[in-house]
Write a protein that binds this ligand. Sequence first.
Ligand SMILES: Nc1ncnc2c1ncn2[C@@H]1O[C@H](COP(=O)(O)OP(=O)(O)OP(=O)(O)O)[C@@H](O)[C@H]1O
Ligand SMILES: [Mg+2]
Length: 314
Amino acid sequence: MKNGLACIGLTTLDVVARAIDALPKEEGTGLIEGVSCAPAGTAGAPALLAARLGLPSRLISAVGDDLTGRFIRTALIDFGVDVSDLEILPGLPSSTTLLAVSSSGVRPGFHALGAGMLARVTPSALQAVSEVGFLHYGGIGGPKLDGGEGVSIVQAASRAGAIVTCDLIAPQPSAIEEVRRLLPYVDYFLPSAVEAVFLTGQQDLFVAAETFRSWGAKGCIIKNGARGLVVALDGVSSTLPAYAITPIDTTSCGDSFCAGFIAALSRGWSPLDAARFGTATAALVAQGLATLGKLESFEATETAMRQMTLNEAA
Ligand SMILES: Nc1ncnc2c1ncn2[C@@H]1O[C@H](COP(=O)(O)OP(=O)(O)OP(=O)(O)O)[C@@H](O)[C@H]1O
Ligand SMILES: [Mg+2]
């Protein structure tokens, strides 16, 4: 059976600092708990996180030809991600996000656009997605993917037998048309609650999930922070709680849910159990800084699932 994951879409470097409750006056320097840098983005983060969970993963995306791009590439290679389809685009900076996490966990950010959003469908990328068990599509909003190219790689993966998952970030109004183009080929659509409301105009997340299914998605799981998940699979809708934790930094929780969900599916877990594993993955990521947080391995996440308690009250 085919296995392994290909992720296509945005790659950034996240620079996360905590705790920042106010900026120092003028050019003063404040001492803080920690600063952490890691590859991130709707494709970069799931590729890194899935590799951490033991699932062979490759990344179809781009970085600039700067030091940040070299750092992103080296970090991905270090964790075992296949970067053969991570293009280095001359003359462009790498996409970078600076996040200042407050002591209460609020995380305002600053994003500098760069090569990371210029993922494209190359012959090599098409070949790659015909060989994997899973394609995670994080390319909505990408100028080289929206409007047809993105759907072509999703179709190719689906036709070759891959399970297709899809997540997005900061959708613009144009994303609605793109989502509708993609969903007929998507097995599991994985938006956040805010994104689901924005895309469907529905405040009720169960109605939003059914709307995505009516647009063609076979299944839909809406991520809702500490409140957990709204799950619509095979005509059955339910909620799944998140774990009760004290979050340090929730950056990449959405991406880590996706990576955990896919990693568990790849081991033959049922979609509902895989969704539970996804919330456990996110709970570990939220307890440390940046993309990986406190995530160590698939086995350590299974152990944590038995030890953590569910936040049933949320
Ligand atoms: N404060 C929290 N406590 C416990 N679990 C959390 C918390 N925040 C997030 N999670 C877990 O992470 C999952 C995904 O988080 P979230 O709903 O914030 O996704 P997202 O909005 O896509 O995130 P991102 O901002 O990374 O794109 C949740 O369904 C939940 O299981
Ligand atoms: Mg998200």
